[in-house]
Structure formats: structure tokens, C-alpha cells
Write a protein that binds this ligand. Structure first.
Ligand SMILES: [Zn+2]
Length: 502
């Protein structure tokens, strides 16, 4: 692993408010960003919003606003949601910004000058919902767009096309050799399958759309929103401007995406970069789709989970837990939203919250709130486990599996709670002769809490700082605890108040 870790989230389309799907990608990436920062890496994390295209223009008109007013308002809802979920992005990048537009135009000019674009007539089935031409194969049984349940219209227009075919063999070779790592493994197979089927050149511009970036060499056309959106990863780093210092430093990195946009990120995007003479992403990690309580998330069913509502009810840490703990990152799964209260109470209020409360209150009661870290004699239980889990957590984050790392956090919690039950400190405390054994036990438990503060930082930024504070340690902004020879312990209100279901 190099000294730099650069992470890029898809920019979210602002025709609707942030929902659990967006939060899922972004919270997972944030856990990864926090972890590597806590390991001393130079981390860059970019998020943003995708603001052009006909759909946004339509939505703006419906709302009686200009497109810019509409996207300003919608983009702000994403920024707010990420603040509330404690997301530590370095950049929040917007495609309607002048900077992005100027840089995107410079990129189009570069592609044009390189001879990678050509003009052609395009006729196809166009879904306005998707804002793309879709193939016959993709239609459902009624001949509708499967996502929008609407018949696509046949459309013909003059577009500029990108010579994808020139780059397909190189992109394929990069993926096969893992120089461009596509993960998880099943996504790599899926992408390699696309090469076998063959892929056509794609158009990079639109004639009928006005809300977008005009092509510098054909001002009557605006860039196809999907293509222009891909450019955001490098325009956000300054590429195409006269200051590309951040670009030089942080590109290439990892594109974290949902599997529905894997083709754009693992094939089209690397091909565009190669045409620009730029290295493709180091890695494209695609996570799976989820259902909510067994059903596809939809406004009609009314099971759309709003991340803001999660934060309202469970706090920022609680929301992050519920978002990440449902199923393995990279697989498809089901989000048991109907059990959020129980899940929160069991894992956070009971297991984690109670552990911290029990250890600190007993250390205060039996040992006057002061325990020497070196009081440990011989048979430490938690500290060897901490070492083991530390390695497991590193492996999990290296594999882009924050959910697995989270399981290791709870393995420590579980073992510490069991240790208390086994040793029954309330019995030891009855006899002064057991003082040394009691101190040794609490040195182990408090060492465990110190590790817990560090381990939980990628997931629970608020709780991890509180845990460190309650055992007399500081926690740096990078998630590292200060060192101290003595744990100075105090008890405070529960870390995770229980939720009472109505
Ligand atoms: Zn559609």
C-alpha cells in the first residue's frame, strides 16, 4: 500500500434528495478514508454532485426555478446529509461550477485535438428518465425501460462519438492483469464478459439538451451528462486548469461505485483517460444492490430510507452503524429497516455502550478511577486479541471491506463483556487481598477500551472520542489516542441512549 490513498465517490445526480443508496457508498468510503488517515496515510477523499442534463432542467421547470437555482438547492441537501453523517471528504465537487465547466471543456478540446472524437448520426431508443439511449435487450417484457416503466422514444440526432474501440484491447489487458483492479472478483468477471460481447463507440454529446457544458469545438452541442460527470474525478483535482498540483499528487486512485455504473467506471472511464494520456484508476470497487425489508426501495412502496431521518433517530454514529452493518460490502443484500431499533439497541446501546459504562463505573467505584496501564500481570486476555484484531482490521480495509472491520470491532466488545462476566470484578472488590488482581483486570479492560477507541474511529467518530476521553486519553483528529501511564477514568451518560420503540 502506497503512502497515499485517493478515494473517489460517484457524484450523485441531484434530481432527488439523498437516500440510503447514496449514503451507503459514501459512509463506507468515509470509514475507509478515516482508517487510512489513522494509519498515517496521506488520504484524499472526493465527493460531489452531478448537476447537468435534461432531467434536472425538467425538474427545475416543474419547481418554477432556473436550473442553477434548482441544482444549488439540491446539491446543498447532499452536503448537509454528509455533514450530519460525519463524512470527512476533502472536496465536495459540483459539475455546475465554473471551474468544472472550464476544465471539462479543456478535456473535450484535448480529446478532439487528439483525434479521438468523430461526428456521426445516431438513432436509438432514448429513455428521458435514464437520459440515455437504451438497447432493445435492456427493455422489459412490455418494451419499457425497466427502471422507469416508460416506453423509450426513437430518436435520431447528430452527435460526437468517442473512439472507444481504439482503447478496448488496452483496457481489457489492464483489467486482466489487475493493473486496473476491478473488485470484488465477481465484478471483474462481469466486466471481462462485456469485452467478449463487444462494446460500441459511445456518443459524448447531445443536441436536444441545453443544460450542460457546450463542446468547445461544436458550441451547438452540449456534453453528454454521463461523460462530463466522469471527468469530475480529475477536474476536482485541478486537471484542465493551470494548477494541477493536486491532480499530480492524488491521481490515480480508487473509484468506489454501485454495480449499476461499473461499465462506465471500469471501461469507458479508463478508455477516456488513456486517450488523454492519463493513468486509469488503480482500482474500481463496485458494491452491490440492496432491498429494504425484502423489497426494492421505491417511493411508491414508501420504503425509501432518508439518511437524515436515520441521524435524527440514531445519531450520526448510530446511522453509520446501521448503514454499514447490514450485509457484506460488495455483495447484494437486504437492509432490515424494520429492525433498526433492535439492531441499534443490541449492538450499540447494549454491547458497546454498556461495556464502556460498566468498565468506567467499576473502575471508579473499585479503583478510585485510576489504573496504571502497567498493572497488567501475565495473563492479559484482551491485549493479545487486540493485536490479532488489529491485523484483521487492516486486512479488511485493504480488501475494501469496512463491514468486516466492523465485525472485528464487535469481536473485541464481545470478548471484553465476556471477560467481565468470567472474572466478576464485583466479587473481587469485596476483599482487599484481591487488589492486585483487580488492578490487573482493569488494566486489561481499559487497554481494551483504548484499542476500542482507535478501532471504532472509522465507524463511530463521536463515540470513539468519548471513549478515549472517559479513560483519560485524547484522540487526535486522525483517530490516534495519546499515550498515558495511567488511565484516569470517569463515568458519564451512556454513549448510545436506548431507543424505545413506539
Ligand atoms: Zn429509464
Amino acid at each position: 500500500m502506497s503512502e497515499r490513498v485517493s478515494l473517489f465517490n460517484p457524484i450523485y445526480y441531484v434530481n432527488g434528495k439523498p437516500h440510503l443508496g447514496h449514503a451507503y457508498t459514501t459512509v463506507a468510503t468515509d470509514a475507509v478514508a478515516r482508517y487510512w488517515r489513522s494509519r498515517g496515510k496521506d488520504v484524499y477523499f472526493q465527493v460531489g454532485t452531478d448537476e447537468h442534463g435534461a432531467k434536472n432542467a425538467e425538474k427545475a421547470e416543474e419547481a418554477g426555478q432556473t436550473p442553477q437555482e434548482f441544482v444549488d438547492e439540491m446539491s446543498a441537501t447532499f452536503r448537509l446529509a454528509w455533514d450530519r453523517l460525519s463524512i470527512t471528504n476533502d472536496t465536495f465537487w459540483r459539475t455546475s461550477s465554473k471551474e468544472h465547466k472550464d476544465r471539462a471543456r479543456a478535456i473535450f478540446q484535448q480529446l478532439y485535438d487528439g483525434g479521438f472524437l468523430y461526428e456521426d448520426e445516431y438513432t436509438g431508443l432514448y429513455c428521458t428518465g435514464c437520459e440515455k439511449f437504451i438497447t432493445e435487450k435492456e427493455l422489459d417484457e412490455e418494451g419499457n425501460c425497466p427502471d422507469h416503466k416508460k416506453k423509450p422514444e426513437e430518436l435520431s440526432e447528430k452527435n460526437w462519438f468517442f473512439k472507444l474501440s481504439d482503447f478496448l484491447p488496452r483496457v481489457q489487458a489492464l483489467i486482466e492483469s489487475d493493473e486496473l483492479l476491478v473488485r470484488p472478483a465477481h465484478m471483474k468477471s462481469e466486466v471481462l464478459g462485456l469485452f467478449k460481447q463487444g462494446m460500441d463507440d459511445f456518443s459524448v454529446s447531445r443536441q436536444r439538451v441545453t443544460w450542460g457544458v457546450p463542446l468547445p469545438f461544436a458550441e451547438d452541442q452540449v456534453s453528454y451528462v454521463w461523460v462530463e460527470a466522469l471527468f469530475n474525478y480529475i477536474t476536482g483535482l485541478g486537471y484542465g486548469s493551470n494548477n494541477d498540483e493536486a491532480f499530480t499528487k492524488y491521481w490515480p486512485g480508487v473509484n468506489v461505485v454501485g454495480k449499476d455504473i461499473i461499465k462506465f467506471h471500469a471501461v469507458y472511464w479508463p478508455a477516456l483517460l488513456l486517450a488523454l494520456g492519463i493513468d486509469p484508476p488503480r482500482q474500481v470497487f463496485a458494491h452491490g444492490f440492496f432491498t429494504v425489508d425484502g423489497q426494492k426501495m421505491s417511493k411508491t412502496i414508501g420504503n425509501v430510507v432518508d439518511p437524515n431521518e436515520l441521524v435524527d433517530r440514531y445519531g450520526s454514529d448510530g446511522a453509520r452503524y446501521l448503514i454499514l452493518s447490514q450485509f457484506p460490502f460488495g455483495q447484494d443484500g437486504d437492509v432490515k429497516a424494520g429492525q433498526f431499533d433492535e439492531q441499534y439497541n443490541a449492538a450499540l446501546a447494549n454491547d458497546l455502550g454498556n461495556l464502556v459504562h460498566r468498565v468506567t463505573s467499576m473502575a471508579e467505584k473499585y479503583l478510585e478511577g485510576s489504573v496504571r496501564a502497567d498493572a497488567l500481570v501475565g495473563d492479559a486476555i484482551l491485549l493479545p486479541l487486540v493485536k490479532e484484531l488489529d491485523a484483521k482490521i487492516e486486512d479488511a480495509f485493504t480488501a475494501f471491506r469496512p463491514d468486516l472491520a466492523l465485525e472485528s470491532v464487535f469481536a473485541l466488545v464481545e470478548r471484553a463483556n465476556a471477560l467481565i462476566e468470567e472474572r466478576e470484578p464485583w466479587k473481587l472488590a469485596k476483599d482487599e487481598a484481591n487488589r492486585q488482581a483487580l488492578e490487573a483486570l482493569f488494566a486489561d479492560l481499559l487497554g481494551g477500551l483504548q484499542a476500542l477507541a482507535v478501532f471504532s474511529y472509522p465507524f463511530f467518530p463521536e463515540a470513539s472520542a468519548k471513549i478515549a476521553d472517559r479513560i483519560g486519553l485524547g484522540l487526535s483528529e486522525q483517530g490516534e489516542t495519546s499515550a498515558s501511564a495511567v488511565f484516569t477514568v470517569r463515568t458519564e451518560e451512556p454513549l448510545f441512549p436506548r431507543i424505545e420503540s413506539e
